[in-house]
Design a protein. Structure first.
Length: 574
């Protein structure tokens, strides 16, 4: 029976892939309707629909579900998941710790995947950038060059020695015979293993006609184990092959562990295009460097004999090995403890003289760091000669090649410089409706805009008003075609050098500030800063120049509604 939601009493009944079961109580949350909707979303995250496949993992989601429902219940919310709004969820996620935000975002997304209907923009918010980031996580630094060389040298030595031993055992097996009647030699046991496959000590004793106790007491076990280690790759051999493959290729550890034979795509005699899964993102592929290709070829030859004896469904596994000599059990997952024992067994130490701690993700980091050091600039994708000055490199390698490209680049640079200058230019705010006072107090305005007395009178009198300011020249073509009325949105005037702000504009400025506040509540922070950030900062600078009494009087006319601002349909707030 698959995982399902139980209505009476409200709860969750789970069945995992290993056959284990778990029950979770969802009563007592204060809002059974929302709790049930989120439980439906949780079902989409549990095996076989999702990756949660243990009671512990599901327990974390249930804990987040309880806290989310209780928080909203305390706020008086009694609806279901479809009644939640972007502002409510944004407030909840911004206030909560990162683990709670992460778990409950998945619950909301799961509810949508199950066919549940959410409010406008809720799914986009849930799938968007998190508010609470894991700021305490620090990437592992790369190993030092000495540590990296010691680890690589040990891995290369173990790989070469084990493969040489395997080839010698294969060659000797050809001249061996059945190790019965007391002919218990390494060569004969190699022959036996090449004939019968990876058998255990009990099967080997039975094959030569003796009991397992006699097999052990006569010292035959040691000879058999030595032959088994030589004929088939075991745990230590698989570890060094995988570590060295990571050193050569820089592929993520989970991608290396899950490789299969069909992921290897030969693109010629010496080139491999390898496909792998990076669990944090998706399927990826890379062209392996030559050392990794040679190592992979050697591994396929090293494991070929074992692969010929395993069932067809297991032959697709790339890293095929035996658990330990004397047993016929195949190797499972190579865990951290096994790697730690291997490190201690071969006395691999760090720069401090202590046993080196091996992080397989750190191998990937070091691979890229060492690869980058091979280039002059510290970046493997750059080929700039350090003997050249930046000007020479820019002229010879980074410049546009055609007149049209050069003109386009120059226009982009000029627009960027003008934009920077506009933002740095202080806002022009007048406090007196007298053209003479304006001319006396703002000579820079006259010089920059080339205004005459008639234009000044129109600016002061309101004849040139737009929504948030008075415009010195709407046909200037600053934000659109020259000679045509300016098409800019109301907030663009905040940074425009042609705008002049008077006390009569205070009401509309406050309405625009309220609009920014509503957008901040419904947009992700990064998106808001990219779209409205400069204007929101500018409007505060403008309002700071107004008389507080005038702002207080103007605030009485602001109703905090989209109807107060000329907006397009896509710009309306929820």
């Amino acid at each position: 029976m698959p995982t399902r939601v139980v209505d009476t009493p409200l709860g969750l009944s789970c069945v995992f892939s290993d056959g284990s079961r778990a029950e979770f109580d969802l009563e007592g949350t204060g809002n059974s309707r929302l709790a049930r909707d989120l439980a439906v979303g949780l079902v989409e995250l549990i095996h076989p629909h999702g990756s949660a496949d243990t009671a512990g993992s599901v327990g974390h989601y249930v804990r987040g579900l309880h806290r989310m429902v209780r928080t909203f219940a305390d706020q008086g919310f009694s609806g279901g998941a479809g009644d939640l709004r972007r502002g409510q969820l944004a407030q909840f996620w911004m206030a909560g710790p990162n683990w709670l935000e992460s778990l409950t975002r998945y619950l909301v997304e799961g509810y949508a995947r199950s066919g549940g209907r959410l409010g406008d923009g809720v799914l986009e918010l849930a799938a968007g950038r998190h508010f609470n980031l894991h700021r305490n996580r620090r990437p592992l630094p790369p190993y030092s060059e000495d540590e990296w060389q010691r680890l690589a040298a040990v891995c290369r030595q173990q790989v070469d020695d084990s493969y040489a031993t395997h080839r010698h055992a294969l060659a000797s097996a050809a001249g061996g015979r059945h190790p019965g009647a007391g002919v218990w030699t390494h060569q004969n046991f190699c022959w036996l293993l090449s004939t019968l496959g990876p058998i255990g000590s009990n099967d080997a004793a039975e094959a030569i006609g003796m009991s397992i106790n006699v097999f052990r007491h006569r010292g035959v076990t040691a000879i058999f184990h030595e032959a088994a280690l030589a004929m088939f790759p075991h745990l230590d051999v698989v570890i060094v092959y995988r570590l060295l493959f990571g050193i050569y290729s820089g592929i993520v550890p989970d991608g290396i562990a899950d490789l299969e034979i069909e992921d290897i795509d030969w693109a010629g005699d010496s080139t491999i295009l390898l496909s792998y899964i990076k669990r944090r993102t998706a399927a990826e592929s890379t062209t392996l460097p030559r050392p990794a290709v040679r190592l992979l070829e050697q591994w396929l030859a090293h494991s070929a004999l074992l692969r010929s004896f395993v069932p067809p469904q297991e032959r697709a596994t790339l890293w095929l090995g035996m658990s330990q000599p004397g047993y016929s059990r195949r190797l499972g997952d190579v865990n951290r403890s096994a790697i730690g024992r291997w490190m201690r067994r071969y006395h691999i130490v760090g720069d401090d003289g202590q046993p080196m701690k091996l992080h397989r993700s750190r191998i990937r980091t070091t691979h890229h760091a060492m690869r980058d050091k091979k280039s002059w600039t510290g970046n493997a994708r750059a080929t700039i000669d350090p003997n050249h000055t930046p000007a020479v490199e820019g002229d010879h390698y980074l410049s546009a090649t055609t007149p049209g490209q050069r003109q386009a680049v120059e226009m982009i640079i000029a627009d960027a410089q003008h934009d920077i200058l506009r933002r740095a230019h202080p806002p022009t705010v007048i406090t007196d409706a007298d053209a003479a006072a304006l001319a006396e107090g703002y000579p820079q305005l006259l010089a920059a805009m080339k205004l005459d007395d008639g234009v000044l009178a129109e600016l002061v009198g309101g004849a040139r008003d737009v929504f948030t300011a008075a415009c010195a020249d709407q046909l200037a073509g600053l934000h659109g075609p020259a000679g045509k009325p300016c098409p800019a949105r109301p907030w663009v005037c905040l940074l425009c050098p042609l705008a002049v702000f008077a006390p009569r504009h205070a009401v509309n400025l406050l309405r625009l500030k309220a609009f920014f506040s509503r957008q901040w509540q419904q947009m992700p922070a990064a998106h808001f800063m990219a779209v409205f950030g400069p204007y929101a900062a500018r409007i505060d600078q403008i309002l700071d120049r107004f008389d507080p009494a005038e702002l207080a009087a103007a605030a009485a006319h602001v109703t905090d509604s989209d109807d107060e601002i000329p907006l397009r349909p896509e710009e309306l707030t929820a």
